[in-house]
Design a protein around this ligand. Structure first.
Ligand code: GDP
Ligand code: MG
Length: 163
């Protein structure tokens, strides 16, 4: 059985960037066609010698902040329910916000193994957010830059334990 892995976190932390990196640009482009509303994207992805099923949570093409938030919440719960392992992502440059705490709580309540990803960690601006993220109670953060491909081998090390 292939491991189901959901990327969870508030909007704009870099979830889709990681999804695209793991899946490969070609597949992601198909899902990114303008006008195609697809809240939850799911695909086979490779990480080292692992083949996983990766689930992104989006909720972008919705009018209005309230609608976006409601949809994010429902989608996150759905993605969490179908996953074996959760990748919980924060923007280490932005620090921890109440919305991060909300989504972290969804992950924690599920009781599923959760790997904390401190994204946007290229450069020093991320240091404070990295240390703040311990307050989420999700263990040691993995220093990641989805955009620059930093931390992918540590992500692999953390994930392969659950294969
Ligand atoms: P999502 O809403 O969580 O899916 O976030 P996106 O993947 O759409 O990314 C939100 C913004 O953060 C985009 O402008 C990305 O280019 C940017 N971003 C994603 N990963 C990184 C990263 O590792 N470093 C930096 N500096 N920016 C990033
Ligand atoms: Mg996204």
């Amino acid at each position: 059985m292939r491991l189901n892995v959901a990327i969870v976190g508030r909007p704009n932390v870099g979830k889709s960037t990681l999804f695209n990196r793991l899946v490969g640009k070609k597949l992601a482009l198909v899902d990114d066609r303008p006008g195609v509303t697809r809240d939850r994207r799911e695909s086979e992805a490779r990480l080292g010698d692992m083949t996983i099923n990766i689930i992104d949570t989006a909720g972008l093409e919705v009018a209005g902040e309230d609608a976006l938030e409601t949809r994010m919440r429902l989608q996150t719960e759905e993605a969490v329910a179908m996953s074996d392992v959760i990748l919980f992502m924060i923007d280490a440059r932005a620090g921890i916000t109440p919305m991060d705490e909300y989504f972290a709580n969804v992950a924690r309540k599920s009781g599923k193994p959760t790997i904390l990803l401190a994204n946007k960690s290229e450069g020093r601006k991320a240091d404070a957010g990295f240390y703040d993220s311990y307050s989420l109670g999700l263990g040691d953060p993995v220093t990641l830059s989805a955009e620059h491909g930093i931390g992918m081998s540590e992500l692999y090390e953390q994930l392969v334990k659950y294969e």
